[in-house]
Design a binder for this molecule. Structure first.
Ligand code: NAD
Length: 290
């Protein structure tokens, strides 16, 4: 029997933890605060920023949405970040990705005070993750994947884990988390230059797919009883839906699911976890800064 890992339910329980932690901080006179900076008019980014602000509001976290025009220069954006760095009401700062092309995203991330870098993308937090120093911030999506594995009762110690994708946002931090002490998996990181990806995946007890290619992972890539975490969010045309598209993961769910011990669906798997872990990171920042 395949167990479908319910990301919405696990995220809801993480958010309940956050609600209690927020109340505790407020009782000590500390209101946690998150600033989200959006440059330009990207419609998907607007939706993400809106839902981050709504989740903050629901938990009692102060949120500040800063919307800047697409013509904002890098210097202007960095000046906004520096103001937020100095603002005691703000504990977490994130600049919604992707910024317009004329902005060097890495330079902006480096301008964020690492103690407020709740996305976990600043080099200091990347280093802390590699060093297994838990005062740093872990990127929200891979942290969410680890929570899903734990919630599903998956034993990672000694397991063969294959992470497909080596991005700084998902693949690399995911590999570090799986190999860290306490998780103790044996990790292979595959990417666009990997030879014979199906054979690599067939070894895996745990597959984490973070590629951005619709339904790439097929049934014959997956061994019986594997656990599959599908991070991919891809739009595919579907004229039968009102919007004209639907969302699919990087895993061919219908054919892969019957072989798995456990699998995350798309949507409703990893997606809801990312925002929940962002709230967790904001509370960690508020605790550490006060
Ligand atoms: P990315 O484009 O930065 O990285 C993709 C990685 O996949 C690269 O390392 C590349 O080497 C690898 N890759 C590309 N083609 C490949 C192939 N044919 N075979 C093997 N590896 C291949 O993407 P990302 O930011 O890591 O995101 C990956 C996916 O996860 C996207 O669909 C994105 O939308 C989704 N995502 C979801 C969440 C969430 O909250 N659920 C968060 C972040 C990203």
């Amino acid at each position: 029997m395949t167990s479908v890992i319910d990301g919405k339910a696990v995220a809801a329980s993480v958010l309940e933890e956050c609600r209690a932690e927020t109340a505790e901080l407020k009782a000590r006179g500390i209101t946690p605060g998150l600033a989200v900076v959006l440059v330009g008019e990207d419609p998907a980014s607007k939706v993400y920023v809106g839902s981050k602000a709504r989740t903050c509001g629901d938990l009692g976290i102060y949120s500040r949405k800063i919307e800047l025009p697409a013509t904002t220069t890098q210097e202007e954006l960095i000046a906004v970040v520096e103001e937020l760095n100095a603002d005691p009401a703000i504990h977490g700062i994130l600049v919604q990705s992707p910024p317009p092309k004329h902005i060097d995203e890495e330079a902006v991330v480096r301008a964020i005070d690492p103690r407020k870098d709740v996305d976990g993308f600043h080099p200091e937090n990347v280093a802390k993750l590699a060093l297994e120093d838990n005062t740093g911030f872990v990127p929200c999506t891979p942290a969410g994947c680890m929570r899903l594995l734990a919630a599903a009762g998956v034993k990672t110690a000694g397991a063969e884990a294959v992470v497909i994708g080596r991005s700084m946002i998902v693949g690399k931090p995911m590999a570090l988390l799986l190999m860290a002490k306490g998780s103790d998996a044996t990790v292979t990181v595959a990417h666009s230059r990997s030879r014979d990806l199906p054979a690599i995946c067939r070894r895996a007890d745990i597959i984490v797919a973070a590629v951005g290619r619709p339904e790439m992972v097929k049934a014959d890539w997956v061994k019986d009883g594997a656990v599959v975490i599908d991070v991919g969010i891809n739009r595919v045309d579907d004229p039968t839906t009102k919007k004209g598209y639907r969302l699919v993961g990087d895993v061919a769910y219908d054919e892969v699911a019957p072989k798995c011990a456990a699998i995350t669906p798309v949507p409703g798997g990893v997606g809801p976890m990312t925002i929940a872990l962002l709230m967790k990171n904001t509370l960690q920042a508020a605790r550490q800064l006060t």
